[in-house]
Ligand binder design. Structure first.
Ligand code: ZN
Length: 195
């Protein structure tokens, strides 16, 4: 016999219709205790009332209003991808066109960078970067950056072509990324039409 009234989780067991030795003991207490009996009946009415409530989905503006006030942490790479995607056109054909255009731009800038690099002595001799120290620092920074991008590969590439290779890799990465986005859009569209 229980020498006390039922606890909240014991009421839960009874409401869930559980059975077993522990529950039999609880039911034994219910038979002798009008107070717990009344409390259980009240809880049962409450549960039934909740179940009869209509299921409402929040309206779309409501969800937007709430989310506008929620500070969502977005990692920088996700933010960068969303920003890049927001510039992509909706239609797959336009996306491919954008990919081709980006590939062209990336290729052109790679060529321009390469040309600039191979002709750097001319610029430098003409005082494009006037001070020797400034010039040395700039070249050093470019070389170090390319080395960081290329990693182990850097040791196998002659020093003069390092920045060129870095720029080419960057351009290639941009072009591949844009093309993949376009192709995925087309694939999704094809699946939607097929299914
Ligand atoms: Zn009781």
């Amino acid at each position: 016999m229980l020498t006390r009234h039922l606890l909240p989780d014991e009421f839960d067991l009874l409401l869930d219709g559980e059975s077993g030795f522990g529950v039999q003991q609880l039911q034994g207490h219910l038979r002798d205790c009008p107070q717990c009996r009344e409390e259980l009946a009240m809880m049962r009415r409450f549960v039934l009332a909740i179940e009869e409530l209509p299921e409402l989905a929040p309206s779309r503006p409501m969800a937007d209003l709430v989310m506008a006030r929620v500070n969502v942490f977005v990692p920088w790479h996700v933010a960068a991808r969303d920003w890049a995607l927001s510039w992509l056109p909706e239609r797959p054909a336009l996306r491919i066109a954008a990919g081709v255009a980006a590939t062209g731009v990336a290729g052109a800038s790679t060529v321009a960078l390469g040309w600039g690099w191979t002709h750097r002595e001319r610029f430098l001799a003409q005082g494009w970067l006037a001070q020797d120290q400034l010039r040395a620092a700039a070249l050093d920074a470019i070389g170090t950056g390319a080395q960081a991008v290329l990693g182990p590969l850097a040791t196998q590439v002659p020093g003069g072509t390092l920045p060129l290779a870095g720029a080419a890799l960057l351009g290639l990465g941009l072009a591949i990324g844009t093309s993949v986005a376009g192709l995925r859009a087309v694939a999704a569209r094809t699946r939607a039409i097929g299914g």
